[in-house]
Design a protein around this ligand. Sequence first.
Ligand SMILES: Cc1cc2nc3c(=O)[nH]c(=O)nc-3n(C[C@H](O)[C@H](O)[C@H](O)COP(=O)(O)O)c2cc1C
Length: 359
Amino acid sequence: MIVNLFDLEKKFTKKLPKGIEGYYSSGARDEVTLKRNRSIYNEYELLPRLLRDVSEVDIRTSILGLDIDMPILIAPVAMQQMAHKDGETATANAAKTLNTIMSHSTISNKSINEIGPIHNKTFFQLYFSKDRNFTSEMLKNCKSLGYKGIVFTVDAPRLGTRERDERNSFKMPSDLKLGNFVGTKFEHFDKIEEYDGSSMRVHSDHLFDPSLTFDIIPWIKEQSSLPVLVKGILRPDDATQALSYGADGIIISNHGGRQLDTVVPTLKQIEPIRNTIGYEPLIIVDGGIRRGTDILKCLALGADAVQIGRPILWGLQHEGQKGVELVLNMLKSELIETMILSGCKNLDEVTRDLVTKVY
Ligand SMILES: Cc1cc2nc3c(=O)[nH]c(=O)nc-3n(C[C@H](O)[C@H](O)[C@H](O)COP(=O)(O)O)c2cc1C
């Protein structure tokens, strides 16, 4: 019986081939941050308000002018056809049904031409290629394809080493392609070079541009004519910098513990970043969010919304679009339950005093 996200995770771990499961589930090196992203939620406790008439609870919100039904978004996750044949198409359709926002990864199986038109609340996640013309072309196409924002991922000047992928010699199956790279050497992993370990790492070493600095943000805005969210921020001073270069919001993320191991868990950074950048700027957070209570804690500490990564894959593998809908619905009803039991009628009532830190 599936009661919560972890029931889906168990099924996922058993079902998929070792190489693919390893790629999806693993974190960098010792996976310390991967585990801390979750364990930190037990270091914050709730202080619910009582007798507040919670007969009706409203969790609708608005992100960059897009009205959505809940503050739970879908994070960019690469290569979703390894989990289900419908891949990113299923995820986009689920986002549409649940009226929330999906971010579509640069290194997806389905191209921007296929995903952009599905749902009018989709962001394109940018991995900035060494080939600047290629990046420019993609960005210029996003708006007319229906994308509403660019999620610029900045925590990956190179890929963090996931040792499970090295041991498993992870490769994307050869019958799949990277949709945005058709006709280039990046379409299939094996076109680049033979390597014993993770082909994903070789692939990104060739692709990702490590020379970027904050002043690339205005260029991305200009090329795309879309708002830009900077993803991967962990420090208050980096948040301030990103905003001063024109970012329209930030995403506090450590890439689900997949980049630099032992970095801080994301929950811990919400409050210091909010206190530094002030009340107005948009903050989204991801990393280890699996429960309605996790979401309430993020919002109380200063986030406007959260997003989830791996659980989307668990849902996809389980039942394609319906499985992703199940994941979103489970989290949505957990959040509503948490709001009712905490005395919150709407998201404005989710305030800092609802959470206390365990010392
Ligand atoms: C298998 C996998 C692939 C990912 N691919 C991308 C990607 O292409 N671009 C990106 O910005 N982040 C990517 N991420 C990171 C997610 O966007 C997100 O930050 C992270 O998964 C959130 O943590 P969670 O999985 O614990 O919910 C990926 C994460 C996973 C697990």
